[in-house]
Design a protein around this ligand. Structure first.
Ligand code: DOR
Length: 436
């Protein structure tokens, strides 16, 4: 790091609250000063934060970066660039790559590829070999590499006993993590109920003649894993919760002190299954877009803390793959560059709550809160996002850094735009432009 920075004239928001302050970043990549007497604080480079929120950087608990194996759709470099433009300073890379991240060598490869990226790349790893749900991955060796989130995402662990063993095993991993705990993150979907389904089961699936996935497909696995978290004492993180029933189950589990956390994606609080009426495969996603009551429940869960984090489930797919018929097209939507704006536009939340959902709460779940998620205080690593909550813009996926354009919000008018992103003291995005 060669230059010092001052973020001038913004409102600083972290877990301790809000205040108007300038933030100086030292040439060691750490916060050097936070102060209200702007004229006294100077640096090599000044970045205007007027009218903006200066927050700890955002953490995405759920990013598909497609590397290794599907670089045509995304690479770690392009995904991280999109992430930085979206205000993220760290992305948790999902393990459904080709080959999957179920071994030391593949996880090491992802970590190495992530080194020069614009954001931190936090490797997750599979719970089971090949994400096949039959045999546990070498979790201790993977934990030694720094893995703190294990998941078979893209699919859930179907075998009850294997999931119980994985949770029991996860509790004993602290000798390999320097005492830190790990979380098992679950894509809740009972395949016996979801096989051969392509959207949510409800009025729209009947009308459209598309086989529907019932809410119970998700809820039965949420229920099982709450029971297993209770009996094992292991941490379970629920990925992309999509139904009102799931939100209620997690709310009740938390009230009983069971160690569960949960995330919701931007699409599950902004879109419903009615969007599938176009038969446009951009709206095909797992878990599927649900009904109005589910969207309302997800929003309520975000507001009352039942759901801990907003995640993107950024799932880039090539146009030629998404152009297949609805049943054959791959599920997934991109989300890194729209997450903040959708959260601001669609959720009526105080700014501190919203930033918590994007930043310090997911940082804690990912086990990276020593480096990401604030507080914005002298000596802390300078991973920061500066965003204008009021800037209006129109979503145009062709302008995004992502290699894929499977964005379901094309042409939507939103507000809230990232202005600058600072990662380990380096201004990687300045005035909405990536710097390298
Ligand atoms: O829609 C989805 N796409 N859901 C998943 O769980 C996996 C993801 C992908 O990898 O494309």
């Amino acid at each position: 790091m060669t230059e010092t920075l001052v973020l001038r004239g913004g409102t600083v928001v972290d877990a301790s609250g809000s205040r108007v302050a300038d933030v100086v970043v030292g040439d060691d990549g750490r916060i050097a000063a936070v102060g209200e007497q702007s004229e006294k604080l100077s640096a090599d480079r000044e970045l205007d934060a007027g009218g903006c929120i200066v927050s700890p950087g955002f953490i995405d608990l759920h990013t598909h970066l497609r590397e290794p194996g599907k670089e045509e759709a995304e690479t770690i470099e392009t995904g991280a660039r999109g992430g930085a433009l979206g205000g993220f300073t760290a992305l948790v890379a999902m393990p459904n790559t080709t080959p999957p991240m179920d071994s030391v060598s593949v996880v090491q490869e992802v970590i190495a590829l992530g080194e020069p990226a614009l954001t931190d790349i936090i490797a997750s790893a599979a719970i089971t070999i090949g994400r096949a749900g039959e045999e546990l991955a070498p979790m201790a060796e993977l934990a030694k590499l720094g893995v703190r989130i294990f998941t078979d995402d893209g699919t859930g662990v179907q075998d009850d006993l294997l999931m119980k063993r994985a949770l029991e095993y996860s509790v004993g991993l602290s000798p390999f993590t320097g005492g830190a705990s790990v979380a098992l993150a679950q894509h809740c979907e009972v395949t016996a109920l979801s096989e051969g389904t392509y959207m949510h089961e409800g009025e729209w699936s009947s009308r459209l003649g598309i086989p529907g996935q019932p809410a119970e497909s998700e809820e039965l696995m949420v229920m099982r894993d709450i029971a297993l978290a209770k009996s094992t004492g292991a941490r379970v993180h629920f990925q992309h919760l999509s139904t009102a029933g799931s939100v209620e189950l997690v709310r009740a589990a938390k009230a009983k002190g069971i160690p569960v956390t949960a995330e919701a994606t931007t699409h599950h609080f902004t879109l419903t299954d009615a969007a599938c009426a176009s038969y446009d495969t951009v709206f095909k996603v797992h878990p599927p877009l649900r009904g109005d009551a589910d969207v309302a429940a997800v929003k309520a869960g975000l507001a009352d803390g039942t759901i801990d984090a907003i995640a993107t489930d950024h799932a880039p797919h090539c146009a030629h793959d998404k152009e297949r018929p609805f049943d054959a097209a791959p599920p997934g939507m991109i989300g890194l560059e729209t997450a903040l704006a959708l959260a601001i536009t669609e959720l009526d939340l105080p700014i501190e709550t919203l930033v918590g959902l994007l930043s310090w709460k997911p940082a804690k779940i990912a086990g990276i809160d020593d480096v990401h998620g604030g507080p914005i205080a002298v000596g802390r690593p300078a991973n920061l996002t500066v965003f204008d909550p009021d800037e209006a813009w129109t979503i145009d996926s062709n302008s995004f850094a992502s290699r894929s354009t499977n964005c379901p919000y094309e042409g939507h008018e939103v507000k809230g735009k990232v202005r600058h992103t600072v990662v380990h003291g380096e201004a990687v995005v300045i005035d909405q432009e990536a710097q390298r």
